[in-house]
Design a protein around this ligand. Structure first.
Ligand code: PLP
Length: 393
């Protein structure tokens, strides 16, 4: 018999995954080109050429025992050093190899950090709408997810609402910018506002609250949007970065955690996170990908291609009467749902459009479209959206 916790997960098995499976079913019925699957954030654009070169170079040029072997749980020291220097060059930080832990993507990083920080009953605050897996990750360690209601005007975290959500049990606040599902990039003012509220809470409750900055979309920004580096505004920040999206490598499971020396209990947190990497069964981040990623620190996926999709889809939907947030980052379009969530998803499905209802992100009344699809899919979807609009308005 499986555990009660897993039984609950099996019966509620992720709306996003279910939608993905629905995509395969519809594709078999109508042909892949006639299904407009905007449900999953699985990049459809190839990894930059540098990635292949780096993998081949690593395999050809380095000692194969070193390339495929175990290393310290934190990851290769030279790779961590390279990551730290790259961050310092870009953001004016002062990290060293002992501030970096290589991780199994952002998901692995988040689990390591939550395992490191949480006692049962500790509270982790998120801002709606939020990445649906946060709830599961927090529950993995007996934590309690506290959801700050959305500010539907700009979809920026609202510092006053955050303040109302903090208690003496608050251990961490998860911040995700560029944001999944809204595509909003949090401004420096917003980050400063969050930092001020957490500082106030520290004075009031006497307990430090960590920010966990979940950053798989840091590099995916448009029109010169700037993503503030949060450790500079709130030193008690632990960053979970991933190359899944910036290098189109989601299946390779590679990222890193940053624990700044200024974070509360830095040494303990760093050591515990290394041990968490081990005891969660990751042992270490994938060795070949660590070495390859270190050779690609300046590389990035072609954001122009995402940008073209972003503009085409946004303009197309707007002209049909849908109301959407114009995204500054990530590859998601957040639209107001003209019908109740489930009804809208069902009506979209009838037009072979797959989207994720806002309720899956703790924000009913909206829907998410992942536009990391081929430009052809965007183009061909517009007549289907037109038919959907005529049903809704
Ligand atoms: N956090 C957010 C907000 C995401 O959207 C995702 C993946 O879509 C993840 C974390 C997990 O990313 P990774 O593939 O790096 O584990």
């Amino acid at each position: 018999m499986i555990s009660e916790q897993m039984a609950a997960l099996v019966s509620g098995n992720g709306a996003i995954r279910a939608m993905f499976e629905e995509g395969s079913r519809l594709a078999a019925l109508y042909g892949r080109e006639n299904v407009f699957d905007f449900s999953l954030g699985n990049p459809n654009f190839p990894a930059p050429a540098d990635v292949r070169r780096a993998i081949v170079e690593t395999l050809d040029g380095e000692d194969s025992v070193l390339v495929h072997g175990y290393m310290s749980n934190a990851g290769y020291a030279d790779v961590r050093g390279d990551v730290a220097r790259s961050l310092n060059g870009r953001f004016g930080t002062a990290f060293g190899e002992n501030n970096i832990i290589m991780s199994v993507g952002a998901a692995g990083g988040l689990n390591v950090v939550l395992k490191t920080l949480l006692n049962p009953g500790d509270e982790v605050v998120v801002f709606a709408p939020y990445f649906v897996e946060y709830g599961n990750y927090v529950k993995n360690y007996g934590g309690k997810l506290i959801v700050v209601p959305p500010d539907t005007e700009y979809f920026m975290p609202n510092a006053q609402r955050l303040k109302a959500a903090l208690t003496p049990r608050t251990k961490a606040v998860i911040v995700n910018s560029p944001n999944n599902p809204t595509g909003v990039v949090y401004s420096e003012e917003t980050i400063k506002g969050i930092a001020a509220v957490l500082e106030e809470a520290r004075c009031e409750h006497g307990a430090d609250i960590y920010i966990i900055s979940d950053e798989p979309y840091r590099e995916l920004v448009y029109d010169g949007a700037v993503v503030p580096y949060i450790t500079k505004f709130y030193p008690n920040t632990i960053v979970c970065y991933s190359w899944s999206k910036s290098l189109s490598l989601p299946g390779e499971r590679i990222g890193y955690i940053v624990v700044p020396s200024e974070a509360q209990d830095y040494s303990l947190v760093y050591d515990a996170a290394c041990i968490a990497t081990r005891v969660l069964g990751f042992v270490n981040a994938p060795s070949l990908m660590q070495r390859a990623a270190a050779k690609c620190l300046g590389a990035n996926v072609d954001t122009d291609a995402y940008d073209r999709n972003r503009r085409r889809l946004y303009e197309g939907l707007k002209s049909l009467g849908f109301s959407c947030v114009f995204p500054s980052g990530a590859f998601y379009l957040w639209m107001q749902s003209p019908l109740p969530d489930a009804e809208f998803a069902e009506a979209a499905k009838k037009q072979n459009i797959l989207l994720v209802p806002g309720i899956s992100f703790g924000c009913p009344g909206y829907a998410r479209l992942a536009y990391c699809v081929s430009p052809d899919t965007v183009e061909r979807s517009l007549p289907a959206f037109a038919r959907l609009a005529s049903e809704c308005f």
